[in-house]
Design a protein around this ligand. Sequence first.
Ligand code: AMP
Length: 227
Amino acid sequence: MAGMEALRLVIFGPPGSGKGTQAKLVSEFYGIPHLSTGDILREEVERDSDLGRMAEGYMSRGLLVPDDVVIGIVRQRLMREDCRPGFILDGFPRTLRQAEELDRILGELGWRLDVVINLVVDEEEVVRRITLRRVCSVCGAIYHLEFNPPKRPGVCDRCGGKLYQREDDTEEVVRKRLEVYRTQTEPILRYYREKGLVRDVDGNPSIEEVFEQVKAVLEEVRSRGDG
Ligand code: AMP
């Protein structure tokens, strides 16, 4: 039935490109779960679990958590019932090995990706966004002190939770994360381009304008799927 097709996508881009913000909007609009490996890992750190303690050292330095760990997390998450209508992956895959393993996992489930949305943002813009980013400690909502400020300073509009600055959002760690992105993550765009899956979206305009572009791409993908 038209409109009932599953929607399986990856949102791709450097740190600070607006992946998380756009992923949340897509998740709400299309009613599919938002799978953010960064959010999952931060929850584990918060809970002080074994996994969290292991991951924290990498995260605080802007390095990638080992592939096997992250792949295991995503595999488990994708097996859950709520992913059947589709999902949006945010922050995964981040290495070629993760991309290949994702294909394998999806293959086992009889699925494949519909599209990879690549948010293209200028590097100076990325640093500006990240250093003024604030995140809700309760619901994970994302704010920007200048472009998307909360109504009350330090308090989440959605749930009243306390806002905080991510430990890895300092300028020094951001620079490291951008380097990791360029060397380890950006190369997988080629892998996806060869499969014809990548759609570039200009991530520089406002949240609303970018979301309009993202929706336009997804509507096109869905109409293609309806055949
Ligand atoms: P993010 O919230 O996506 O910016 O992720 C924050 C941090 O979590 C990253 O800098 C990594 O240390 C870790 N992380 C998140 N996703 C992955 C992934 N797919 N592979 C390895 N490490 C990850």
